[in-house]
Design a binder for this molecule. Structure first.
Ligand code: NI
Length: 388
């Protein structure tokens, strides 16, 4: 039996929690009912060390093994928040909140970590301490950072940290992971270009902001092609382009561009802001215009520690028939990256089968993946802190 027998027995119960959470999705930091549900279940399992309100609405549960001679503490993390997407999945347990949906499977992640909590609290078959992290606001609110800023790693003495995400397209029963960069950073920029508005027939009396901003867009696209080593990964996209001109015979005075830079290389991430500023400011100056760049850092690169990845692979191989230990990285970003900046650890993908991609209104979390995810969490604890 690859998955843990006890967790296979709990499959129906955990599925029930998952569907309850699915029907009652909450956004960002407003996961009050979800956090209360998590804390109530943990109490039922006999977990005594529960802390709520970490990183605003996060929940932490510490579970001691039968012994703790190892002095080791392993963190396991699940995200709890949903998305502002009207559900079109067609399931009979669909969201009861209009316009809000668990379209990324965080209901599944939370339920699976609860399942692991129940198992670990019952068995305590390890030598050390497991810290279960239920975080808010993964979807753009940097809840992982909020928990770290609230002292997560030091207050609970976490030495290694692990998390998982369901993956549509990967068969149920399989895991995928890689050491090093797994998911990209995501930073945003906003550029305001100021020229000199005027009459379309008198460009010599104006500074054509539309032309300047267009040159800026073209020049920005030289950053990835001319600054980044071709075998490394970075993408820059200008997503919006607006000017204040509303007529065909008016030269715009200002323009606003918004875009994003994503990369799998933390060093390029550091340099990207400087590259963008240099190109934007100097291109504007070349035309006698001015430009300002507002840079908004988003999630860092999700970087798996090599040794922790090995531990994650071993635990996955214990519960699943197939584990891809060298999967290709992907360009979405993930705020577990903040936890991985503070401690070594690893993030793994759990097969969700042939479903719509995450964030699609018809996405469905596959409950058949539950025993695998729960068992992976439990295996990590038992393997990293073997019973004395
Ligand atoms: Ni997600």
């Amino acid at each position: 039996m690859p998955v843990k027998n006890r967790l296979a027995e709990m499959h129906t119960e955990i599925t029930g929690w998952r569907r309850h959470l699915h029907q009652n999705p909450e956004l960002m930091y407003e996961v009050h009912e979800t956090a209360a549900f998590v804390a109530a279940r943990l109490k039922e399992f006999g977990v005594t060390d529960i802390t709520t309100g970490v990183g605003k609405t996060g929940v932490i549960a510490a579970i001691e093994g039968k012994t703790n001679t190892s002095g080791r503490t392993i963190g396991l993390r699940a995200d709890m928040d949903a998305l502002p997407i009207p559900e079109a999945s067609g399931v009979d347990y669909a969201s009861k909140t209009p316009g809000v949906m668990h379209a990324c499977g965080h209901d599944g992640h939370t339920a699976m970590l609860l399942g692991a909590a129940k198992y670990l609290a019952e068995t305590r078959n390890f030598d050390g301490r497991a810290v279960l992290i239920f975080q808010p606001a993964e979807e753009g609110g940097a809840g992982g950072k909020a928990m770290c800023d609230d002292g997560l790693m030091d207050r609970w003495g976490i030495q290694e940290v692990y998390g998982l995400h369901n993956m549509p397209g990967l068969p149920v029963g399989e895991f995928a992971i890689r050491p090093g960069a797994l998911m990209a950073s995501s930073d945003e920029f906003e550029i305001t270009v100021t020229g000199k508005g005027g009459h379309a027939a008198a460009p010599h009396d104006a500074i054509d902001t539309t032309l300047v901003a267009s040159q800026i867009v073209v020049s920005l696209h030289s950053i990835v092609s001319r600054n980044v080593d071709p075998v490394k990964r970075m993408v820059l996209t200008v997503g919006t382009f607006e000017t204040d001109s509303t007529a065909s015979n008016v030269i715009a005075h200002t323009a606003r561009l918004q875009g994003t830079v994503r990369t799998l290389d933390p060093e390029y991430r550091e340099q990207a802001e400087g590259w963008v500023r240099r190109v934007v400011e100097n291109t504007a100056a070349a035309y006698g215009a001015t430009a300002e760049v507002k840079w908004s850092p988003g999630y860092p690169v999700t970087v798996n520690d090599a040794a922790s990845t090995d531990h994650a692979v071993e635990a996955a191989r214990a519960v699943a028939a197939k584990v891809d230990a060298e999967t290709a990285p992907i360009m979405p970003s993930e705020d577990f990256a903040y936890m991985l900046e503070e401690r070594p650890g690893a993030y793994i993908f759990l097969g969700n089968g042939d479903t719509q991609m995450c964030h699609h209104p018809a996405y469905v979390f596959d409950d058949d993946a539950i025993p695998l995810g729960c068992s992976w969490f439990a295996e990590l604890v038992e393997r990293r802190m073997p019973a004395a």
